[in-house]
Design a protein around this ligand. Sequence first.
Ligand SMILES: Cc1cc2nc3c(=O)[nH]c(=O)nc-3n(C[C@H](O)[C@H](O)[C@H](O)COP(=O)(O)OP(=O)(O)OC[C@H]3O[C@@H](n4cnc5c(N)ncnc54)[C@H](O)[C@@H]3O)c2cc1C
Length: 209
Amino acid sequence: MSAPHFKYILVGGGIAASSAAQAIRAIDTEGGLLLLGQEVNRPYHRPPLSKDYLLGRQKQKEIFTLPDEWFIQHNVELRTGRRASLLDTARRMVALDNGQEIAFDKLLIATGASPNRLKIPGADLPNVFYLRSLTDADRLHNAIEKAQREGRPHAQSHAGHDRQRRDERDAGIGEREMAVLAQQQRQHHRKPPTAEFLEQHRQTPVHRR
Ligand SMILES: Cc1cc2nc3c(=O)[nH]c(=O)nc-3n(C[C@H](O)[C@H](O)[C@H](O)COP(=O)(O)OP(=O)(O)OC[C@H]3O[C@@H](n4cnc5c(N)ncnc54)[C@H](O)[C@@H]3O)c2cc1C
């Protein structure tokens, strides 16, 4: 049986892939288009994850980049919860994590970035959080609520993280993992191995996938 074929495959279910789908449909309304993302949710905006969504002021449906119907109306096949695991450019074929192969004419790799995992003592403690996805934001939100209910101290204001992230981006250092920034801001809480790690991390260029 021959592999299914799409004129366009967009790998990565973030804002880049979502915007590319819209841009393609503005000039080609018919070419087969597959948007493939490993997260279970359709593309959404990430900035609210550390702001209104985290605080419970914005609902999940408000942060999606496009309504569900858009994909149907524009004949865009949306496949979520599936990871592209292999790319064969000679055969113009992408293999999914379930082994299925799909052929393409044009492929966009828009797989974004993922946080560097801390490699320091205590990094695997249950209350160390990473914030990149909707699932991460839900987990963090629940933990903050639980801590509040139990009267325990919890995460500091996210606004500070974002300001620092902006400063770092402006300085050409690039986007990096939130927990690191949280710790950079809490110098007085640092233990020597943490401080040493952060100093090394600060001097290391950030590599995007
Ligand atoms: C908490 C948070 C707050 C932010 N706030 C701001 C802000 O205030 N201002 C700002 O300018 N930017 C902000 N950003 C950054 C902004 O969200 C990113 O620049 C943007 O999401 C990048 O979009 P993208 O589509 O390139 O990548 P991503 O959003 O990373 O999307 C890539 C997608 O591809 C998926 N993927 C990866 N590999 C595969 C694979 N092999 N197969 C299938 N799918 C795959 C990933 O799971 C992910 O869903 C923030 C980011 C975060 C996490």
